[in-house]
Every structure is written in structure tokens, then in C-alpha cells.
Design a protein around this ligand. Sequence first.
Ligand SMILES: NC(=O)c1ccc[n+]([C@@H]2O[C@H](COP(=O)([O-])OP(=O)(O)OC[C@H]3O[C@@H](n4cnc5c(N)ncnc54)[C@H](OP(=O)(O)O)[C@@H]3O)[C@@H](O)[C@H]2O)c1
Length: 226
Amino acid sequence: MEKCALVTGSSSGLGLEISKYLLEAGYMVFGGSRSGTDLDHDNFYDVELDITSEESVEEFFEAVREFTPTFDLVVNNAGICEMSPISETSLEQFENHLATNTVGPFLLFKHLDSFLIKEQTHIISILSTAAQYGYPNVSAYNASKFGQLGLLESLKKEWKDHKVRFTNLFPGAINTPLWDKMGSKFSRDKMLTTQDFMSVFSFVVEAPASIQFPELTFLHREGFLE
Ligand SMILES: NC(=O)c1ccc[n+]([C@@H]2O[C@H](COP(=O)([O-])OP(=O)(O)OC[C@H]3O[C@@H](n4cnc5c(N)ncnc54)[C@H](OP(=O)(O)O)[C@@H]3O)[C@@H](O)[C@H]2O)c1
């Protein structure tokens, strides 16, 4: 039987690349997003998911349960990022970041328990260097990613007896559609490419199951964006 993977945020950027790579590697992939993708593959299941809504998360898991009782790999990837000085950040914007980047993973993990395979499931979270360091003009993003890290740190201990593997990735800036929506001034030349990101992601997925990567930080060789 094929291995099964869940990927949140599969409609764009990293989630889309991750889904394509996993399909190529022989996984059945259950992708969740609001807008969906035209990715056409026999082993790809494009399932509607709004990670900010518990009802939507429950419906997502009900839909996938018809095809698989368990996941070998879970990629916690869906996220949003907007830039603005704090004085120009609306309460709604700040709450949207928390809803997507912090509450979203909470809802995902809250309903994931029964899909875990003891000593096997690998949970890879795409955090950000913004879960480790502060950057100006992204207070909402910074707060939401630090919050997500806190959630994962708690969960690692709570699920100790499941013996599932947690990998937390902390990439620096990557040239994806996320930056198109932000309209930022930063040069794309000083960002990782999606291929750079995938070389690290595939290394982690293909590594022997006896290895864990609790914290993997990687960024463009020229350093942080300034
Ligand atoms: N690009 C970077 O520089 C960078 C660096 C470090 C970390 N990251 C992290 O990498 C992850 C992916 O980012 P990306 O660069 O690939 O961005 P992207 O191209 O904008 O993709 C974001 C994905 O998240 C999904 N998403 C957003 N809100 C959602 C919701 N409410 N429910 C379900 N899915 C939702 C989007 O799908 P729909 O809109 O269709 O729902 C989309 O598939 C994010 O967590 C981001 O913080 C990115």
C-alpha cells in the first residue's frame, strides 16, 4: 500500500511543490486549501480546507477518512504573511495571522490524533526564521509563528508516547507567491528558490527514520533580508 501524506496549503508555493514532490516519490497526497489546485494526478486528493475553521477542519478529516485511516507524513504548511508597521496593522489583520498560523495548526493537530501511526508518522512543520527572530514590520506574522512554535513544543511532550517524529523547519525568505501578495521591496535574488527549499525538504523526508531534526534553520547564503 502507498504511503499517505497530508499537506496543508497545497494550492500555492511550497505546499504545491511539496505535493508534486511527494506524488513523484509515490505517496498518496491529501492536499488541503481554500482555493484548490489544478494539479492533476491519480494519487492527489484536493480537499477543501479552511484551516481557521474547526467545522472545515472536521469536514476535511471526514472526507479523507474515506480513503485512508492513517498518515505516514503530515506537512503543516498553510500560512499567511503581510507586512505593515504596527501602527498601521489592523486588529483584523493581526487576528487573521493568529487564526491562520497559530489557531490553524491547533485545529489540525486537535483532530489529527486518530490518524497517527505509532513510531512512524513524521510531522514536518514549515515555520520560519520569524519563529526564532524578530523582524520589523511583521509583528502579526512574528507573533503567530512564535505561537505556533509554542504549540509544537507542548505537543511534542504531550504526544511522547505516540513516538511520532517532529521536524521543525525554519527557512529564511523563499521566492514564492507569498511575496507577490505583500508587494515588498526586497530583492528576490537574495531569497532561497523553491528548489533550494525542496532540496532541504527532500533530504529530511528521505533521511533514515532513526534520525530526527528538531530544529533546522536555513537561509540564503547572503544572510537575512535587510
Ligand atoms: N515564502 C517565504 O519566504 C517563507 C519563508 C519561511 C516560511 N514560510 C512559510 O511557508 C508556508 C507556505 O508559504 P508560501 O511561501 O508557500 O506561501 P503561498 O504561496 O502564499 O501559499 C500559502 C498556502 O497557504 C494556504 N492557506 C492560507 N490560508 C489558509 C487557510 N485559511 N486555510 C487553508 N489554507 C490556507 C494557501 O491556500 P488558499 O489561499 O488556497 O487557502 C496556500 O496554499 C507558510 O506557512 C509560510 O509562513 C514561507
